[in-house]
Ligand binder design. Structure first.
Ligand code: A3P
Length: 298
Protein backbone atom coordinates (compact mmCIF):
# COMPACT_ATOMS: atom_id res chain seq x y z
CA UNK A 1 0.00 0.00 0.00
CA UNK A 2 1.23 3.53 -0.69
CA UNK A 3 2.11 5.77 2.26
CA UNK A 4 -1.01 7.86 1.61
CA UNK A 5 -3.34 4.89 1.57
CA UNK A 6 -1.66 3.58 4.72
CA UNK A 7 -2.16 6.91 6.48
CA UNK A 8 -5.87 6.70 5.71
CA UNK A 9 -6.41 3.29 7.30
CA UNK A 10 -7.28 3.26 10.99
CA UNK A 11 -4.91 1.08 12.98
CA UNK A 12 -6.28 -2.31 14.04
CA UNK A 13 -4.53 -1.73 17.32
CA UNK A 14 -7.30 0.79 18.10
CA UNK A 15 -10.45 -0.09 16.16
CA UNK A 16 -12.35 -2.94 14.59
CA UNK A 17 -15.13 -2.73 12.05
CA UNK A 18 -18.49 -4.31 12.83
CA UNK A 19 -21.22 -4.09 10.18
CA UNK A 20 -19.84 -0.91 8.68
CA UNK A 21 -19.06 0.93 11.90
CA UNK A 22 -15.71 1.35 13.68
CA UNK A 23 -15.56 0.50 17.39
CA UNK A 24 -12.72 0.87 19.87
CA UNK A 25 -11.05 -2.37 20.83
CA UNK A 26 -12.18 -2.10 24.45
CA UNK A 27 -15.42 -3.73 23.37
CA UNK A 28 -15.96 -6.86 21.26
CA UNK A 29 -18.01 -7.66 18.16
CA UNK A 30 -19.86 -10.24 20.30
CA UNK A 31 -20.94 -7.62 22.82
CA UNK A 32 -22.05 -5.21 20.09
CA UNK A 33 -23.95 -8.02 18.33
CA UNK A 34 -25.67 -9.00 21.59
CA UNK A 35 -27.20 -5.51 21.90
CA UNK A 36 -29.72 -6.32 19.17
CA UNK A 37 -31.57 -8.44 21.74
CA UNK A 38 -30.95 -6.19 24.72
CA UNK A 39 -34.29 -5.86 26.49
CA UNK A 40 -35.51 -2.31 26.79
CA UNK A 41 -37.81 -1.00 29.53
CA UNK A 42 -40.32 1.74 28.76
CA UNK A 43 -38.54 4.02 31.23
CA UNK A 44 -35.05 3.59 29.66
CA UNK A 45 -33.29 6.66 28.28
CA UNK A 46 -30.47 6.57 25.73
CA UNK A 47 -28.19 9.54 25.19
CA UNK A 48 -27.01 9.08 21.63
CA UNK A 49 -24.30 11.03 19.87
CA UNK A 50 -21.54 10.99 17.35
CA UNK A 51 -18.28 11.49 19.33
CA UNK A 52 -17.45 15.04 20.47
CA UNK A 53 -20.98 16.33 20.09
CA UNK A 54 -21.75 17.00 23.76
CA UNK A 55 -22.10 13.47 25.15
CA UNK A 56 -20.63 14.04 28.59
CA UNK A 57 -22.43 17.35 28.87
CA UNK A 58 -25.76 15.63 28.25
CA UNK A 59 -24.82 12.78 30.61
CA UNK A 60 -24.14 15.35 33.29
CA UNK A 61 -27.43 17.16 32.64
CA UNK A 62 -29.41 13.91 32.84
CA UNK A 63 -27.64 12.89 36.02
CA UNK A 64 -28.37 16.31 37.58
CA UNK A 65 -32.01 16.16 36.51
CA UNK A 66 -32.60 12.64 37.79
CA UNK A 67 -30.49 12.55 40.96
CA UNK A 68 -31.11 14.88 43.84
CA UNK A 69 -27.87 13.64 45.40
CA UNK A 70 -25.93 14.89 42.39
CA UNK A 71 -27.75 18.24 42.43
CA UNK A 72 -27.11 18.94 46.09
CA UNK A 73 -23.65 17.40 46.19
CA UNK A 74 -24.45 14.70 48.76
CA UNK A 75 -23.53 11.89 46.35
CA UNK A 76 -20.26 11.62 44.50
CA UNK A 77 -20.79 8.96 41.88
CA UNK A 78 -18.76 8.64 38.69
CA UNK A 79 -20.82 9.63 35.64
CA UNK A 80 -19.77 6.40 33.92
CA UNK A 81 -21.28 4.33 36.72
CA UNK A 82 -24.45 6.39 36.83
CA UNK A 83 -24.88 6.43 33.05
CA UNK A 84 -22.90 3.54 31.56
CA UNK A 85 -21.79 3.13 27.97
CA UNK A 86 -23.95 0.63 26.19
CA UNK A 87 -21.38 -0.71 23.72
CA UNK A 88 -18.34 -0.12 25.97
CA UNK A 89 -19.24 -1.75 29.24
CA UNK A 90 -15.74 -1.24 30.55
CA UNK A 91 -16.77 -1.26 34.22
CA UNK A 92 -18.78 -4.45 33.75
CA UNK A 93 -21.96 -2.84 35.04
CA UNK A 94 -24.88 -5.16 35.56
CA UNK A 95 -27.34 -3.35 33.27
CA UNK A 96 -30.29 -5.27 34.73
CA UNK A 97 -29.73 -3.99 38.23
CA UNK A 98 -29.46 -0.28 37.40
CA UNK A 99 -32.11 1.83 39.13
CA UNK A 100 -35.04 3.06 37.06
CA UNK A 101 -35.04 5.03 34.90
CA UNK A 102 -31.90 3.47 33.49
CA UNK A 103 -29.87 5.88 31.41
CA UNK A 104 -27.29 4.68 28.89
CA UNK A 105 -24.96 6.53 26.62
CA UNK A 106 -24.03 5.33 23.16
CA UNK A 107 -22.37 6.25 19.87
CA UNK A 108 -24.16 3.43 18.02
CA UNK A 109 -25.50 4.08 14.53
CA UNK A 110 -29.28 3.73 14.44
CA UNK A 111 -29.17 0.30 12.79
CA UNK A 112 -27.10 -1.37 15.52
CA UNK A 113 -29.30 -0.32 18.43
CA UNK A 114 -31.45 -2.78 20.41
CA UNK A 115 -34.46 -3.98 18.43
CA UNK A 116 -36.92 -2.78 21.08
CA UNK A 117 -35.54 0.74 20.87
CA UNK A 118 -36.16 0.72 17.12
CA UNK A 119 -39.76 -0.16 17.92
CA UNK A 120 -40.28 3.02 19.90
CA UNK A 121 -39.74 1.46 23.32
CA UNK A 122 -37.72 3.66 25.71
CA UNK A 123 -36.50 7.13 24.84
CA UNK A 124 -33.59 8.47 22.81
CA UNK A 125 -32.01 11.89 23.20
CA UNK A 126 -29.91 12.51 20.10
CA UNK A 127 -27.43 15.36 20.37
CA UNK A 128 -25.59 16.62 17.29
CA UNK A 129 -23.02 19.37 16.76
CA UNK A 130 -21.75 21.23 13.74
CA UNK A 131 -19.23 18.88 12.17
CA UNK A 132 -16.38 21.38 11.87
CA UNK A 133 -16.31 21.79 15.64
CA UNK A 134 -16.73 18.01 15.98
CA UNK A 135 -13.72 17.49 13.73
CA UNK A 136 -11.51 19.91 15.66
CA UNK A 137 -12.64 18.60 19.04
CA UNK A 138 -12.06 15.00 17.84
CA UNK A 139 -8.57 15.88 16.60
CA UNK A 140 -7.54 17.28 20.00
CA UNK A 141 -9.24 14.42 21.80
CA UNK A 142 -7.30 11.81 19.85
CA UNK A 143 -4.11 13.39 21.11
CA UNK A 144 -4.89 12.80 24.72
CA UNK A 145 -7.12 9.79 25.18
CA UNK A 146 -5.25 6.51 25.45
CA UNK A 147 -7.77 4.39 23.56
CA UNK A 148 -7.71 6.56 20.41
CA UNK A 149 -5.09 6.51 17.70
CA UNK A 150 -3.15 9.75 17.77
CA UNK A 151 -2.89 11.46 14.39
CA UNK A 152 -0.62 14.46 14.76
CA UNK A 153 -1.19 15.74 11.20
CA UNK A 154 -4.50 17.61 11.13
CA UNK A 155 -4.79 17.22 7.35
CA UNK A 156 -4.65 13.45 7.63
CA UNK A 157 -7.04 13.46 10.55
CA UNK A 158 -9.50 15.57 8.53
CA UNK A 159 -9.27 13.22 5.53
CA UNK A 160 -9.92 10.24 7.78
CA UNK A 161 -12.84 12.05 9.38
CA UNK A 162 -14.32 12.90 5.98
CA UNK A 163 -13.86 9.31 4.83
CA UNK A 164 -15.41 7.92 8.03
CA UNK A 165 -12.17 6.16 8.98
CA UNK A 166 -12.43 7.02 12.66
CA UNK A 167 -14.17 5.51 15.67
CA UNK A 168 -17.95 5.70 15.05
CA UNK A 169 -17.28 6.03 11.29
CA UNK A 170 -18.70 8.85 9.16
CA UNK A 171 -20.28 11.82 10.93
CA UNK A 172 -22.76 12.35 8.10
CA UNK A 173 -23.90 8.72 8.03
CA UNK A 174 -24.46 8.80 11.77
CA UNK A 175 -26.54 11.98 11.81
CA UNK A 176 -28.45 11.28 8.61
CA UNK A 177 -29.15 7.70 9.70
CA UNK A 178 -30.69 8.85 12.95
CA UNK A 179 -32.64 11.66 11.24
CA UNK A 180 -33.97 9.44 8.46
CA UNK A 181 -35.10 6.76 10.91
CA UNK A 182 -36.43 9.11 13.55
CA UNK A 183 -39.95 7.71 13.18
CA UNK A 184 -38.77 4.29 14.40
CA UNK A 185 -37.71 5.81 17.71
CA UNK A 186 -39.21 7.80 20.52
CA UNK A 187 -36.63 10.52 20.03
CA UNK A 188 -35.73 14.07 21.01
CA UNK A 189 -33.21 15.90 18.82
CA UNK A 190 -31.03 18.55 20.40
CA UNK A 191 -27.98 20.38 19.14
CA UNK A 192 -24.87 21.32 21.04
CA UNK A 193 -25.27 24.88 19.79
CA UNK A 194 -28.82 25.28 21.10
CA UNK A 195 -27.66 23.97 24.47
CA UNK A 196 -24.88 26.51 24.38
CA UNK A 197 -27.19 29.37 23.41
CA UNK A 198 -29.95 28.58 25.88
CA UNK A 199 -29.13 25.83 28.34
CA UNK A 200 -32.23 26.41 30.42
CA UNK A 201 -34.55 25.76 27.47
CA UNK A 202 -32.61 22.59 26.62
CA UNK A 203 -32.93 21.37 30.22
CA UNK A 204 -36.67 22.06 30.13
CA UNK A 205 -37.02 20.20 26.84
CA UNK A 206 -35.25 17.19 28.35
CA UNK A 207 -37.42 17.28 31.50
CA UNK A 208 -40.52 17.49 29.38
CA UNK A 209 -39.40 14.63 27.14
CA UNK A 210 -38.63 12.27 30.02
CA UNK A 211 -41.64 13.39 32.06
CA UNK A 212 -39.67 14.73 35.01
CA UNK A 213 -41.10 17.63 37.00
CA UNK A 214 -38.54 19.81 38.75
CA UNK A 215 -39.13 22.98 40.74
CA UNK A 216 -37.86 26.33 39.48
CA UNK A 217 -35.03 26.13 42.01
CA UNK A 218 -34.05 22.64 40.93
CA UNK A 219 -33.97 23.69 37.29
CA UNK A 220 -31.74 26.62 38.22
CA UNK A 221 -29.43 24.26 40.05
CA UNK A 222 -29.17 21.89 37.05
CA UNK A 223 -28.45 24.78 34.68
CA UNK A 224 -25.86 26.34 36.99
CA UNK A 225 -23.98 23.08 37.48
CA UNK A 226 -24.08 22.16 33.79
CA UNK A 227 -22.33 25.29 32.51
CA UNK A 228 -18.92 24.76 30.97
CA UNK A 229 -17.19 26.73 33.71
CA UNK A 230 -18.72 24.70 36.52
CA UNK A 231 -18.42 21.34 34.80
CA UNK A 232 -14.78 22.06 34.00
CA UNK A 233 -14.05 22.14 37.73
CA UNK A 234 -15.71 18.75 38.26
CA UNK A 235 -13.27 15.80 38.20
CA UNK A 236 -16.16 13.44 37.33
CA UNK A 237 -17.06 15.41 34.20
CA UNK A 238 -13.39 15.49 33.18
CA UNK A 239 -13.02 11.74 33.71
CA UNK A 240 -10.09 12.46 36.00
CA UNK A 241 -10.61 9.33 38.07
CA UNK A 242 -10.66 6.84 35.24
CA UNK A 243 -8.30 3.86 35.21
CA UNK A 244 -5.08 4.61 33.34
CA UNK A 245 -5.74 2.22 30.48
CA UNK A 246 -8.67 4.30 29.26
CA UNK A 247 -7.78 7.68 30.69
CA UNK A 248 -5.76 10.58 29.39
CA UNK A 249 -2.25 10.74 28.05
CA UNK A 250 -1.92 13.85 30.19
CA UNK A 251 -1.86 16.31 27.30
CA UNK A 252 -5.21 18.00 27.67
CA UNK A 253 -8.56 18.14 29.40
CA UNK A 254 -11.80 16.49 28.55
CA UNK A 255 -13.62 19.80 28.84
CA UNK A 256 -11.31 21.62 26.47
CA UNK A 257 -12.89 24.84 25.15
CA UNK A 258 -16.62 24.26 25.01
CA UNK A 259 -17.32 26.90 22.37
CA UNK A 260 -19.12 27.21 19.05
CA UNK A 261 -16.88 28.07 16.10
CA UNK A 262 -13.49 26.92 17.40
CA UNK A 263 -12.91 25.34 13.97
CA UNK A 264 -12.06 28.83 12.72
CA UNK A 265 -8.96 28.79 14.92
CA UNK A 266 -7.78 25.51 13.45
CA UNK A 267 -8.83 25.06 9.86
CA UNK A 268 -7.04 26.88 7.05
CA UNK A 269 -9.04 28.44 4.21
CA UNK A 270 -8.01 25.52 1.98
CA UNK A 271 -9.03 22.93 4.57
CA UNK A 272 -12.37 24.66 5.04
CA UNK A 273 -12.95 24.63 1.29
CA UNK A 274 -12.05 20.96 1.08
CA UNK A 275 -14.43 20.19 3.96
CA UNK A 276 -17.27 22.13 2.33
CA UNK A 277 -16.64 20.46 -1.01
CA UNK A 278 -17.03 17.00 0.52
CA UNK A 279 -19.83 17.61 2.99
CA UNK A 280 -21.76 20.83 2.54
CA UNK A 281 -24.23 19.68 -0.12
CA UNK A 282 -25.01 16.62 1.95
CA UNK A 283 -25.39 18.65 5.15
CA UNK A 284 -27.98 20.85 3.43
CA UNK A 285 -30.18 17.78 2.97
CA UNK A 286 -30.42 17.22 6.75
CA UNK A 287 -33.43 18.43 8.72
CA UNK A 288 -31.06 19.83 11.37
CA UNK A 289 -29.79 23.31 10.64
CA UNK A 290 -26.32 23.70 12.10
CA UNK A 291 -24.88 26.80 13.69
CA UNK A 292 -21.27 27.39 12.62
CA UNK A 293 -20.58 30.16 15.05
CA UNK A 294 -22.80 31.92 17.51
CA UNK A 295 -23.40 34.91 15.23
CA UNK A 296 -24.54 33.10 12.11
CA UNK A 297 -26.85 30.27 11.25
CA UNK A 298 -26.97 28.22 8.11
P1 A3P B 1 -14.35 20.96 22.76
O1 A3P B 1 -13.28 19.94 22.50
O2 A3P B 1 -14.71 21.75 21.52
O3 A3P B 1 -14.05 21.84 23.93
P2 A3P B 1 -18.20 14.64 23.96
O4 A3P B 1 -18.62 14.63 25.38
O5 A3P B 1 -19.27 14.21 23.02
O6 A3P B 1 -16.92 13.91 23.77
O7 A3P B 1 -17.94 16.15 23.56
C1 A3P B 1 -16.86 16.87 24.09
C2 A3P B 1 -17.01 18.33 23.75
O8 A3P B 1 -18.10 18.87 24.55
C3 A3P B 1 -15.76 19.12 24.11
O9 A3P B 1 -15.69 20.15 23.13
C4 A3P B 1 -16.12 19.64 25.50
O10 A3P B 1 -15.39 20.75 25.91
C5 A3P B 1 -17.60 19.98 25.27
N1 A3P B 1 -18.35 20.15 26.53
C6 A3P B 1 -18.43 19.32 27.58
N2 A3P B 1 -19.17 19.85 28.56
C7 A3P B 1 -19.58 21.06 28.12
C8 A3P B 1 -20.37 22.12 28.69
N3 A3P B 1 -20.86 22.06 29.92
N4 A3P B 1 -20.58 23.22 27.93
C9 A3P B 1 -20.07 23.32 26.69
N5 A3P B 1 -19.31 22.37 26.10
C10 A3P B 1 -19.06 21.25 26.82
Amino acid sequence: MSDNRLAMEPSKEFVFNYKGCYFAVNTTPEHVASLENFEIKDSDIFITTYPKSGTVWTQNILSLILHKGHRNGTENMETMDRIPWLEYNIRNADFDSLPSPRVFVTHLPYYLTPRDLRNRKGRVIYVSRNPKDVLVSYYHFSKFIVTLEEIPDFNIFMERFLAGKVLASAWFDHVSGWCNHAKDFNILFLTYEEMKKDLRSAVLKICNFIGKKLSEEEIESVVRQATFENMQKDPRANYENMPEDIAMKGKGRFLRKGTVGDWKNMMTVAQNERFDEVLMDKIKTLPIKFTWDLDSEM
